[in-house]
Structure formats: C-alpha cells, structure tokens
Design a protein around this ligand. Structure first.
Ligand code: HEM
Length: 323
C-alpha cells in the first residue's frame, strides 16, 4: 500500500497509479461530480437533514467509486459503509474489531471485483490497477487490493470530512458565508482555507532516518515521530490570525495533504469536490442552519463530523426569476 511503503518501489508504483488517477480524473470526473453534487443537494434542500452521511458522504464516495468503476448498487453501498467504519466510528464505544472487520470486508469485496474484471478490463481505475499486474512493475494481487483499499478510504472518508466540516464552518461563520454568497470571494478561492480549517487527517507517522534537531528537540535516527498536520495548520508563526476562518486567505501553505514523496495522490480530485460543493451552495442555497449539536467521529487518525443535523435553505428566487 502506498502510504505504508517507501523507496524506489513506492516511487515507481506511485507514479503509475498517479498517472491512472490523472487519466481517470480527466475523463469526465468534473461533469460527473457537478451532476452528483446537484442531485444530492436537491435531495436535502429545504429539509431537516443529516448532512455528513446523506450529503457529504454520498458526494465523496460517489466520486471515488465512479473513478474506480464500482457501479451504484450493493457493492458500492457495502464498500462505503465499510470505509466509514474502517478507521473511525460514529460511536464512542465502537470495538476495535469493528474496524478490523470493515477493513477485511473492503479487501474481500475488491478481491471479488478484481476477479470479475477478469479479461473484461474497462477504462476505470480498478482495471488500470489490474493491468499493472502484467506491466514491468508486476503488481502482486496483494498490492492491487491494498491500493484499492487505500484509494477507497482516502477518496471517500477524507473529502467527506472536508465537505461536512465546511458546511458546519459556514453555518458558524455567517459573515464568511455572506462574502462567499455575494461573490466577494469566488468559490475557487475558498477551497484552500476549507482544507486548512477542516484538516481531515490528524497526523502521519514517520521514522527518523538521521539525527535531526527540530527546535529544542533532538530526533534520533530510528525513532518514530508523528507529524500533527492539524496542529501545523493552526501555527501562529505561519498563518496570520490562524484561529480565524478567512476564506480568501492570501498565503495558505496548509499541510492537509501532507508533503514530500507521500503527498496526497487525490489532491486534485479532493479540491474539485470541495469546489463543486461550494459552487452549488452559492448557486442554490441562501442559508445554512445547523440544527442541534454536531457529533464528531471517534478515531485516532481522522477528524471530522459523523453527524451534522442541519437545514440548507434554498435560494429564494427574485421576482421574475426562474428557481
Ligand atoms: C480532502 C480530502 C483529502 C485529504 C485531506 C487527504 C489527505 C491525505 C494525507 C494527509 C496523505 C498522507 C500524506 C503524507 O504522508 O505526507 C494522503 C495520502 C494519500 N491520499 Fe489523500 N486526502 C484526501 C483525498 C484523497 C482522495 C480523493 C484520494 C483518492 C483519489 C486520496 C488518495 C490518497 C493516497 C492513495 C495517498 C497515499 C499516497 C502515498 O503514500 O504515496 N486522497 N492523503
């Protein structure tokens, strides 16, 4: 799995998978995404809804499943509910084995889907991964399955938390929503601040390869260190007024996608998703009203909202305007 490997093999597999992702993203992902966001928004507009699962989760998992070529239906639903349980839970008292079972379930479903692809490979990302078996890289079945797992989790859970976190933030910062809604801030310009603010991945571990001084701390070769992205994103030495949501923040070197050789492979798709939702909100929503307390996910790895009860008040058409 890319996040768990290093060195030349990581670089080689990563570059092929990145090429497949780029190709799949170019092949109509934007249009599919806009359509899916519109349809999902129509489903929750002007009703009291739970937006983490019913909206954000569907947009995110739809995007990655479309890319992988997992059709709508039982497999997609099962994969998405297992992805939600693999690294996090909506319940404080979730058992560790629930996560383990969900992770195994994902691998088993992908194992069957890979087998079903057989000779009938298509133009989806899953078929691309299967083709890498016969390439000079000779990807093993294990490498295919683990990377499907990684793409599914990265592609469904993290954008979900970014999108639902954005909805919550906009409901709590009406002044920023007004600036966005009035066009003072273009939707495109708000994407990076949404990512900084929501920071769905809390931390990533690394092994120190040579003694390194960081501030007052000496990190010794062989030690494990955690890079707390969520802390870096609110570093007062880097971000002016770090604890304020400023949608059109000028300098925004956030670390929500990490950095270096493991930099998020789905960053382009994730940015497209956030932008598509922002654009649809500006076009069709007047007000975002949170209803009651949101509920966080329980996880030591990702951060976000498992539930956001809210109402998206649809745009009131002006006289003579079609809604
Ligand atoms: C807002 C959404 C997302 C966030 C915040 C996010 C965040 C991250 C982070 C922090 C890493 C680790 C970087 C490091 O170790 O330095 C990562 C890696 C990765 N992400 Fe994402 N991600 C998002 C969306 C996606 C999407 C949509 C996909 C799938 C298309 C994806 C696939 C991956 C993969 C495969 C890796 C491993 C790359 C490697 O190890 O070489 N991510 N992501």
């Amino acid at each position: 799995m890319l996040p768990m490997s290093d060195g030349p093999r990581h670089a080689a597999i990563r570059s092929r998978i990145a090429r497949c992702v780029r190709r799949a993203v170019k092949a109509g992902a934007k249009e599919r995404l806009d359509q899916s966001v519109r349809a999902r928004l129509t489903g929750v507009l002007d009703t009291d809804a739970e937006l983490s699962g019913a909206f954000a989760g569907h947009v995110a998992s739809g995007a990655i499943c479309d890319l992988l070529g997992v059709r709508e239906g039982a497999d997609r639903e099962q994969l998405c509910s297992a992805a939600a349980a693999a690294l996090a839970s909506a319940h404080r008292d979730a058992r560790e084995e629930d996560g383990r079972i969900a992770r195994l379930e994902i691998l088993m479903i992908f194992s069957r889907l890979v087998e079903e692809r057989g000779a009938g490979l298509g133009d989806d990302l899953l078929s691309d991964l299967v083709r890498l078996q016969q390439s000079d890289l000779q990807l093993t079945m294990q490498e295919i399955l683990y990377n499907c797992y990684s793409l599914l989790i990265g592609g469904s859970e993290e954008p979900r938390y970014a999108i639902v976190g954005m909805l919550h933030a906009l409901s709590q910062h009406p002044e920023e929503w007004t600036r966005l809604k009035s066009g003072a801030i273009p939707a495109r310009a708000a994407v990076e601040e949404v990512l900084r603010w929501t920071c769905p991945v809390l931390h990533v571990a690394r092994t120190v390869v040579e003694d390194t001084q960081v501030g007052d701390a000496l990190l010794q070769s062989g030690q494990m260190v955690s890079l707390w992205y969520t802390s870096a994103n609110f570093d007062d030495d880097v971000f002016a007024d770090a604890s304020r949501l400023i949608l059109d923040r000028e300098s925004n070197p956030h670390l929500s996608f990490g950095f270096g050789p493991h930099f998020c492979l789905g960053a382009t798709l994730a940015r497209m998703e956030v932008q598509a939702v922002l654009e649809a909100l500006v076009e069709r929503v007047d007000r975002i009203e949170a209803l009651g307390d949101p509920r966080p996910v329980y996880s030591n790895f990702v951060s976000g909202l498992a539930r956001l009860p809210a109402r998206l008040h649809g745009r009131t058409p002006r006289a003579g305007q079609r809604s």
